[in-house]
Design a binder for this molecule. Structure first.
Ligand code: NAI
Length: 454
């Protein structure tokens, strides 16, 4: 039996940051990971998709460069090299996480961990024919793609015709026609890449809007932009079955089909909690996800759950913060988790980013709000650098408290700007105080300040 103060199950952003922070706090830490350090984010999610999207943007810029006075001829895309570069980026970051663990004295066990229960030594996890015990246990086991019981879908995954985010990021050849099932975050980011590299893309989405809970004007602007770029959308259409060279869907009670040579299925993810032995501890779960309090502790004292496994907000940056909150609780430091100012970004081209309330969600909570909308074209830098696109920034202001409660944007750089709005919301800064802040000029971020004066 190998004993530690803190056992961490899962080496994604939630797990590795929890391990690092606990070690920094003087704890003896063991981290157990069955596949690769970095988890979904580094290996088959956030980071690899950003590498692809950047190649797509470079290709698009190179083709459209004449408008900027740069003449490039015979520009082509080499998708296999895009994937090879992505692999290099992933390898660098994964080995960086390994080095960080080593630098902090974290014992890393590369094996599948199964929770055995609680003994006098602490919480016990078996991994690779060895038993590990921890006084505290942090569950950071992440999530897996949902593959619903649509006829033909599972067979398609087995044959390789249907891909999830994992397979699509490794495929070295471009498809001739890609069907994307699900117009949510993953679907849109990858549809954006394949569209940029000239692959015809059809997105089939059950709802009548794309990008799920995204603010409605932003979502509509993104849809308009995508249609202009040639992506075909089947909205309000549920997929009914998948064949070997086509996808069948229902539109207004009529059965229709679209032929293709590859399918990407991205209709959501679920917390990964099966066959882990979680039930051996009696940890309470709801709809397959581990339930936690605002210290990220479960109903079992000393057992915490951070990241996708608690099913709250499946974003790497949420996992980071949850990991810190859990570790602070273990270290006896005062802290608690707040979800009201967590930014979300969809790294499509153009990017969209949002934080806090929309007008609708604010009113549903009984808030009195007004909104203001500023065009990105108010920014000199945006005009100088972005040839196409009608980006905007929409602010939602609580008129009783006179503070910002929401910010929703579409356009270049919004992913880098959104944290500023998150800060203003988290700190509940009065509008008059925000107006006194000096923004660097020329930057696209100035549009947030401009909007406040409308
Ligand atoms: P999602 O929940 O964002 O979108 C799934 C979409 O599929 C929904 O719009 C839903 O209406 C649709 N859908 C469900 N069943 C369908 C059917 N039978 N036919 C047609 N459409 C159907 O899920 P997604 O895109 O798989 O992403 C999973 C998770 O990964 C998300 O929770 C997200 O937070 C995370 N993620 C975050 C990223 C980011 O922050 N930039 C990037 C990629 C993933």
């Amino acid at each position: 039996m190998i004993k530690s103060d803190v056992l961490v199950l899962g080496g994604g952003p939630g797990g590795y940051l929890a391990a690092e922070r606990a070690a920094q706090g003087g704890k003896k830490v063991t981290l157990i990971e069955k596949r690769a350090l970095g988890g979904t984010c580094l290996n088959e999610g956030c980071i690899p998709s950003k590498a692809l999207l950047n190649s797509g943007k470079l290709y698009e810029h190179a083709k459209d460069s004449a408008a900027f006075g740069v003449v490039a001829e015979h520009v082509t895309i080499d998708h296999a090299r895009v994937i090879a570069r992505k692999d290099k980026v992933v390898k660098t970051l994964v080995s960086g996480v390994g080095a960080t663990m080593q630098a902090h004295g974290v014992r890393v066990v590369m094996a599948e961990g199964i929770i055995k229960g609680k003994t006098a030594d602490g919480f016990v996890v078996e991994a690779g024919n060895e038993e590990y015990a921890g006084e505290k246990l942090i569950l950071a086991c992440g999530s897996v793609p949902v593959v619903p019981p649509i006829p033909g879908l599972r067979e398609g995954v087995e044959s390789g015709f249907v891909m999830t985010n994992r397979e699509v990021l490794d495929r070295k050849e471009l498809p001739k026609h890609l069907v994307v099932i699900g117009g949510g975050v993953i679907g849109l980011e990858l549809a954006s890449y394949f569209n940029m590299v000239d692959v015809p893309v059809t997105v089939i989405e059950m709802l009548d809007k794309i990008a799920g809970p995204t603010e409605k004007e932003v979502s509509a602007a993104l849809l308009k932009e995508y249609k202009k770029r040639g992506i075909d959308f089947k909205l309000g259409c549920a997929v009914t079955s998948v064949g070997t060279d086509r996808v069948m869907y229902k539109e207004d009670d009529a059965e229709k089909e679209v032929r293709c040579d590859a399918v990407l299925c991205c209709i959501g993810r679920r917390a990964f909690t099966q066959n882990l032995g979680i039930e051996n501890l009696g940890v309470y779960m709801e709809r397959g996800a581990v339930v936690t309090d605002d210290h990220m502790q479960t109903n079992i004292a000393g057992v915490y759950a951070v990241g996708d496994v608690n099913g709250k907000i499946m974003l790497a940056h949420t996992a980071y913060r949850e990991a810190e909150v859990a570790v602070n609780h273990i270290l006896g430091k005062k802290d608690f988790m707040r979800y009201n100012a967590i930014p979300s970004v969809i790294y499509t081209n153009p990017e969209i980013a949002g934080v806090g309330e929309t007008e609708e969600s604010a009113r549903a909570k009984g808030m009195e709000v007004r909104s203001v909308k500023a065009s990105m074209k108010m920014s000199g830098r945006y005009l100088a650098e972005v040839e196409k696109g009608d980006g905007f920034c929409k602010l939602v202001i609580d008129t009783r408290k006179n503070c910002l409660v929401g910010c929703h944007m579409i356009g270049s750089y919004t992913s880098e700007m959104i944290y500023g709005a998150a800060l203003m919301i988290e700190k509940q800064m009065p509008i008059e105080q925000i107006k006194e802040l000096v923004f660097p000029h020329p930057t696209v971020s100035e549009v947030i300040r401009e909007a406040l004066f409308l």
